[in-house]
Design a protein around this ligand. Structure first.
Ligand SMILES: NC(=O)c1ccc[n+]([C@@H]2O[C@H](COP(=O)([O-])OP(=O)(O)OC[C@H]3O[C@@H](n4cnc5c(N)ncnc54)[C@H](OP(=O)(O)O)[C@@H]3O)[C@@H](O)[C@H]2O)c1
Length: 331
């Protein structure tokens, strides 16, 4: 079946400016870390991408190592892109990253110029793209000078292989330094990609201030804590859930679902119901209440999860009393 995008796709999505750049991102983006590997059903992958684009999700987030096996998510995306999205290229923001181990030997990991340039070339081939919109350094490298890593990002932009650059998992202090180096090179930092959810709050302790002060955007990942911040684990572990899978590569495992965490989710689920939301929607709208957040990247194993999560945009304002109740439930 050929794909024709929903003509109404820009109707309900909200687009937020990324820092002080010219680029706007959808408040919800779609990530392909899991569910798009060689082990996943291709037609289902296609449907998830269609559900996203049909609802105004114009941003697809990848990395060299997403799969399994590493590289497979970029291949799946490339296939869907060629089959369905090619004519929409100028309506789509594709990001990829390098920073984790990809090939043997000293040049397949971390943050050298050698690794980053070669890895992006491989990613472009796998996806069948001439350029990515955003290229990230995936994690800080304590053993490579920051000037070299940021110099590689600058080079990649000058080569036309990426339009913008980002960093991920850098601390507030490392981010400030990266911003200064990139500014001196003339390729400003567009965005920081950070783990941020009701259960993981480190960005509130300095990173968001650094980004705001410097006009850099912020995009959150794992805002559902890989599914913990939904109501799916309140009565056990469903067979088709991530926690029941054995995907590896950092995927949620059963031992991540302690009684203590599930009890917190139970408390928050009640607050969500009072707000007319389900747990997943409240967890996502809680991130978007802060206007410093440009976007958040959802993951999805089914197309319906995309449509469900998008409903969070209907209510991302929280009263002080609701915020207090959430803090109490999290204690
Ligand atoms: N920069 C980095 O270091 C980094 C690290 C991790 C992730 N990321 C990015 O962030 C993206 C998202 O990460 P994530 O997969 O951890 O995100 P997440 O949104 O926290 O978790 C996604 C999982 O939550 C469940 N889910 C999603 N929507 C739901 C809904 N409406 N109702 C019930 N369950 C729902 C699904 O679990 P089931 O599979 O159980 O159905 C889905 O696979 C990644 O794909 C990647 O692009 C970046």
């Amino acid at each position: 079946m050929s794909y024709l995008a929903n003509a109404d796709r820009y109707h309900s999505m909200q687009y937020r400016r990324c820092g002080k750049s010219g680029l706007k991102l959808p408040a919800l983006s779609l990530g392909l870390w899991h569910n798009f590997g060689a082990i996943d059903d291709y037609e289902k992958c296609r449907k998830i991408i269609h559900a996203a684009f049909d609802n105004g999700i114009t941003h697809f987030d990848l990395a060299n190592n997403y799969g399994p096996p590493p590289g497979a998510a970029e291949e799946t995306f490339g296939k869907i892109f060629r089959q369905d999205l090619k004519t929409y290229r100028d309506e789509i923001i594709v990001s990829s990253k390098a920073g984790f181990g990809m090939w043997p030997g000293p040049y397949g990991d971390w943050g050298s110029k050698k690794y980053l340039v070669a890895s992006l070339d491989q990613s472009l081939k796998r996806m069948g793209l001439d350029y990515v919109d955003i290229f990230y350094h995936h994690r800080p490298d304590p053993n490579t000078p920051l000037e070299e890593t940021m110099g590689a990002l600058d080079l990649i932009v000058r080569q036309g292989k990426a339009l913008y650059v980002g960093i991920s998992n850098y601390s507030a202090e490392e981010t400030q330094k990266a911003i200064e180096v990139l500014n001196s090179l003339g390729t400003p930092l567009l965005i920081h990609q950070a783990k941020y959810s009701m259960l993981v709050r480190w960005v509130e302790e300095g990173l968001l201030d650094v980004l705001d002060k410097n006009g850099v955007g912020c995009i959150a990942f794992s805002s559902l804590a890989q599914g913990i911040l939904t109501n799916k684990y309140l009565n056990g572990i469903p067979a088709d859930s991530r926690a029941a899978s054995t995907r590896g590569n950092g995927a949620l495992e059963k031992n991540g679902l302690t009684e203590k965490i599930i009890n917190k989710v139970r408390g928050m689920n009640e607050i969500a119901q009072l707000r007319g939301q389900n747990m997943a929607q409240m967890a996502l709208s809680w991130i978007l209440k802060d206007q410093r957040m440009t976007s958040l990247i959802i993951g999805a194993s089914k197309p319906d999860q995309v449509s469900d999560s998008i409903q969070c945009l209907k209510n991302y304002n929280f009263s002080p009393a609701e915020l207090d109740s959430i803090e109490n439930a999290l204690k």
